[in-house]
Design a protein around this ligand. Structure first.
Ligand code: FE2
Ligand code: FE2
Length: 267
């Protein structure tokens, strides 16, 4: 059982305990019965734990208490149903992976960038960033082909839905902002449109690059996993377009070299 959470601690700090922060909930979830989620699953987790936000109880309460979620769902033509099994897969794989990659990038950033970094918010947002996918219908989330434009519009709503799911929680505003804009880039060509300047937000850059690398290197219903070299090449193309901060790219490459996913001569 996870009884400690993120409050008052630096999730990436020296000596951070895996037990404390619960980098992956896999073992806890398994004790629930092979990913079975009961209506009382929130009792397994402290409200201070990041896992708590993934519980069906929390998600239901967010849907019931925040009318903005139903407004977005109605506007997009999405049924107000919780796709919990798919969300559990994201939590145990892509969310945990994105969190680990973000941690690796931070560790390799130059000191000149370190002072701007909100390590705790990145730690939380990287784990929660796709929580809005709980409302994306299975036939879109797991479609074994590229999405058409209508389906893509529905898929894109997950970042705003994630923000609305977390909006009334005790999480800090920076974490919520990162979740909302994790598909934005330095030029503002991502989604959703932002009414604040995010071009120099290195925290958002770290999250969005960790997210993108994780997505490119994992199997999805519509594609096979890319190699680290291929994924890095795609992200480097965005560096050249000024969509990605070069220091964040170099931090990712250094992290991959250190974790032996990339040969030294490749970057
Ligand atoms: Fe996303
Ligand atoms: Fe993601």
């Amino acid at each position: 059982m996870v009884t400690s959470g993120y409050l008052g601690v630096n999730g990436f700090g020296a000596g951070a305990s895996k037990k404390l922060y619960g980098t992956s909930p896999v073992s806890s979830v398994k004790t629930l019965g092979n990913n079975r989620i009961s209506s009382t699953d929130s009792f397994q987790y402290s409200k201070d734990s990041l896992h708590y936000f993934y519980t069906e109880d929390y998600l239901k309460s967010a849907l019931d208490s925040n009318p903005e979620i139903k407004r977005i769902l109605t506007e997009k033509g999405i049924k107000p149903e919780l796709n919990v099994q798919n969300l559990r897969h994201i939590q145990n794989n892509h969310a945990a992976d994105t969190q680990a990659i973000a941690k690796g990038i931070i560790r390799h950033l130059p000191k000149s960038e370190q002072y701007q970094i909100d390590t705790d918010a990145i730690h939380k947002a990287s784990y929660l960033h796709d929580i809005g996918k709980v409302f994306i219908p299975d036939e879109i989330l797991n479609k074994p082909a590229m999405l058409d434009s209508y389906e893509y519009e529905i898929m894109k709503s997950h970042s705003e839905l994630g923000y609305e799911i977390l909006k009334n929680s005790s999480l800090d505003e920076k974490t919520k902002e990162l979740v909302k804009y994790h598909h934005q880039d330095r030029l503002g060509t991502g989604y959703p449109a932002a009414d604040i300047d995010l071009s120099n937000d290195i925290n958002l850059q770290i999250l969005s690059i960790a997210d993108k690398y994780s997505a490119l290197t994992e199997n999805r219903s519509y594609k096979s996993a890319m190699s680290p070299e291929q994924a890095l090449g795609i992200i480097y193309a965005d560096v050249q377009k000024n969509k990605v901060h070069p220091a964040v790219f170099r931090g990712l490459a250094a992290h991959l070299r250190e974790s032996r996913k990339l040969a030294p001569q490749n970057c």
